[in-house]
Design a protein. Sequence first.
Length: 561
Amino acid sequence: MSFDPKHNSRAITDGPERAPARSYLKATGLTDEDIKKPIIGVASTWIGTMPCNLNLRHLAQKVMQGIREAGATPQEFNTIAISDGITMGTEGMKTSLVSREVIADSIELVARGHMFDAVIALVGCDKTAPGAAMALARLNVPGMLLYGGSIAPGRYKGRDITIQDVFEGVGAHAAGRISDTDLRELEDAACPGAGSCGGQFTANTMAIVMEFLGLAGMGTAGVPATDPAKDHVGVVAGRMVVDLLRRNVRPRDILTRESFENAMAGAAATGGSTNAILHLLALAREAGIPLTIDDLHTVSARTPVIADLTPGGHYVATDMHYAGGTRLVAKNLLAAGCLHGDRPTPSGGTLAEEAAQAEETPGQKVISTADRPFKPRGGIVILRGNLAPEGAVTKLAGHEKTTHTGPARIFEREEDAMEAVTHRKIVPGDVVIIRNEGPKGGPGMREMLGVTAALVGQGLGSEVVLITDGRFSGATRGLMIGHVAPEAAVGGPIALLREGDTITLDIEQRLLQADISEEEFARRRSQWTAPAPRYTAGVMAKYAASVTSASEGAVTVAKFE
C-alpha cells in the first residue's frame, strides 16, 4: 500500500465524529477542500524583541504560499525565542539554553496535539535551530528547517562591523582606548536591520550545521534576511516540505552518524562556534545516535578551515553567501575527502549532488580550498585533565599562544568577574575562573561574551586565560575554555579551586590541569558543600533538577523510578 500523506491528520479531520473539529478548523478560514489535504505545521520562532527572528512572520507567509502551491494546507503556530545578545551579561542570559528545551518541547507538543502530517520550522537566533531540530527528531514526521538569514554588516569608519565590535568596544571603552562617542557610534551602526548576528557566531554556525546534517535545504540559510531573494527561498522551502511528505522522508532517515560528522565538518571548516558541540550532542541523543565530545574533536582535528569568517577571520556570513555559499564550502570539502557525499538532503539529491551545483564568484577571497586552507585544522578542541575529567571546550583562532600557566582568580558568578575586568583588576598572566555557571549551577550555562570581549577590548585576549563551566558566544575569541565538566554545582574539580592555585593550559596536549595532588583534591572535596539552588520554583528550578552534564549536551531528561 502506498504511503498516505494524511497519515496523521486523518485522525483529526475525517469521519462524522470529527465534525466538531472541522467546525473549529473552518473558523480559522479553512475550507472543506483545505481540510481534505495533508496538513503541514509551520512552526515559527518569530518574536518582536530582537532582529534575529524579526523577519520570520513575513517569511512564514512565503513558506505557506509554497505549501499551498504544492497541494497541502499549512497551519502556522509560534514558539518562543530568547536573544543571547540582548540578555548577555545579565541574569536573563540564564534563560537562553533553557529556551532550547522549551522550544523543542513546545513544537513537539503542538505537532503531536494537532497531529500534523509534516512540520517545517522557521528559525533564527541561537537556540531556535537546535531546539526545532530536536523536536523534529522526536516527532519523526517528514520535516525540515528554514533559517531566517544573517543580518547585513554594519558600517563604521569605512569598514564592516558586527555586534562583536560593540561587545569588544565595551572593554576598549573601560580601558580608555575609545571615547563615549566612539562607543555610541559603534552601537548605532552595528545592527542595521533584521537577521541573526552577522559573523560565524552560533546562529550562522547552526545554520550551516543544519544544511550539512540534511535537515535544511542546501543554500537556503545563506541568503541574507533582508535580501529580496529570501522570499523565493521561503516559497521553495514550502514546496520542499510537501515533497518530503509525499516521499515519506523522515528526520531519522536522514540523521545518521555520517550526517553528524558532516555537520561537525561544516562547523569546523567555517570557524564556527563551540556551541555546535553542545547542540550536536543534544540532537544526537534525541535521534538515538551514539556521539561523544571526543568524536566531534576528531572531526574538527581532521577538517581544514576554508572559510575566512569572523570572529577568527575577516569576513561576515553574507560575504560567504555572495562568494559561493554553503554549496561551495561543501564542494571544496568533498574534493578533500572531508565529507560523506552520499548523505541525503531535503531536495532529494545527495550532499555531493547539491555541492556540484556550486557557483563560485570570480575573484572571491572568502572561501578557499583544502590545499590552501586558512588554518590546517578546525579550531574546536576538547581538553581534559584533572580540572575537566569529562572534558572542556575551547576554540583557537589560529594566532593565539597554545600554552599558559598562571594563578587562578576565582569568581563565583559572571557579574563578579565582569566587575573585576572593567575595574582593571585582571592582569597579564591571570587565569580567570568563573564557576557555578554550568547547566545545573547557573542554572542555564550562561555565555560569557561580555567578559571575554571586555578582556579582548583591553588587549588581554592572549595574555589571560578564562575558564568556566558556563559557555561562550560564537563571537568569543582569545584563550577561553568553557563547558568544563563536571560543573561546580555537582562538586566538579573546578568547585575545589582556590585563589592563587596554579593552572596550566596546554592545547597541543589537550590538557587542562591544576597543580593540585589527588590527595589535596580529596581533602578539599571532603570539606565542600553544594551551593544552594539559585532558583527553587518555576521553569529554572525544573530545568536545574533535570539537566544533564554539558559533556552530554546539557539536555533535560525524565527521571523514572
